[in-house]
Design a protein around this ligand. Structure first.
Ligand code: NAP
Length: 251
């Protein structure tokens, strides 16, 4: 029986797919039937092995997303390898922690470049292929810091708040042309990005105490939201930022 969640025959580019949330999303999209183009600066062996195991096709593109230089080549390579680009997941991201009073320009630029600037220009490059075809799904990985202020992460909060705004702007421009732009806002997940928080007993206890679900999330738990937003089931969903946060924002 065909399902509106089925991604068979679709081609998905996922940035930062070697680990963490990007890896979890790439595997979920592959399980739903998509071919995966995994983009990043580190080896993707673990992700490739897991996608091979579910019987989907995999291609790796090595690229440093600190600059927008590789964006056109990423799209070209996905299309030359698999014939199309149907789904883009802008997942690659970094965080730098320091008190706002001490925060450096280098930490501002590094975070804004990967989290916001490259996400925009890769979306633009993908949309130049998607818009003429009248179909495509772009999913940005936002954050609770798309809604809240946080502390000690000024460029991260600015980038993720900006990414939520960009999600809405691109949806307004492209919804009428068959391209869906949405975002997922993960709550607190067990990845490299949150190691410092989980290793700080006070911060860890404070975070856990505020999560209604009472635990950190794991990357596989973002898979369902990603498959939904990548699929025909979300054809009328545009410009939303979907929290997957154990209830954090409901508190
Ligand atoms: P992670 O394990 O640190 O993964 C980050 C990914 O981004 C890695 O694949 C990393 O590659 C890649 N990346 C970073 N800079 C890059 C660059 N210049 N070029 C290419 N790839 C680059 O953290 P994560 O938690 O899975 O983060 C994934 C996304 O989720 C990020 O956008 C993050 O802000 C967001 N997020 C995470 C949480 C959470 O609780 N974990 C919550 C909300 C949002 P390397 O391995 O090579 O560094």
């Amino acid at each position: 029986m065909s399902s509106s969640f089925d991604l068979s025959g679709r081609v998905a580019v996922v940035t930062g797919a070697n680990t963490g949330i990007g890896q979890g999303i790439a595997i979920a999209l592959a399980k739903a039937g998509a071919s995966i183009v995994a983009v990043g600066r580190s080896a993707m062996d673990e992700t490739k092995a897991q996608i091979d195991a579910v019987g989907s096709t995999f291609h790796e593109v090595r690229a440093d997303l600190d600059s927008i230089a590789p964006v056109d080549d990423i799209v070209t390579e996905a299309i030359s390898k698999f014939g199309a680009l149907d789904i883009l997941v802008n997942n690659a991201g970094i965080i730098r922690r320091a008190d706002a009073i001490d925060f450096t320009e280098a930490d501002w630029d590094a975070v804004m470049n990967v989290n916001l600037k490259t996400a925009f220009f890769l979306s633009q490059a993908a949309a130049r292929h998607m818009l003429p075809r009248g179909t495509g799904k772009i999913i940005n990985i936002a954050s609770l810091l798309s809604f809240q202020g946080g502390i000690r992460i000024p460029s991260y909060t600015a980038s993720k708040s900006g990414l939520a705004g960009l999600t809405r702007l691109l949806a307004c421009e492209w919804a009428g042309k068959g391209v869906n732009v949405n975002a997922i806002a993960p709550g607190y997940f067990v990845t490299n990005n949150t190691t410092a928080l989980r290793e700080d007993p006070d911060r860890n206890a404070a975070i856990l105490g505020r999560i209604p679900a009472g635990r950190w999330g794991v990357p596989e738990e973002l898979g369902g939201a990603a498959v939904f937003l990548a699929s025909d089931a979300a054809n009328y969903v545009h410009g939303t930022v979907l929290p997957v946060d154990g209830g954090w924002l409901a508190r």
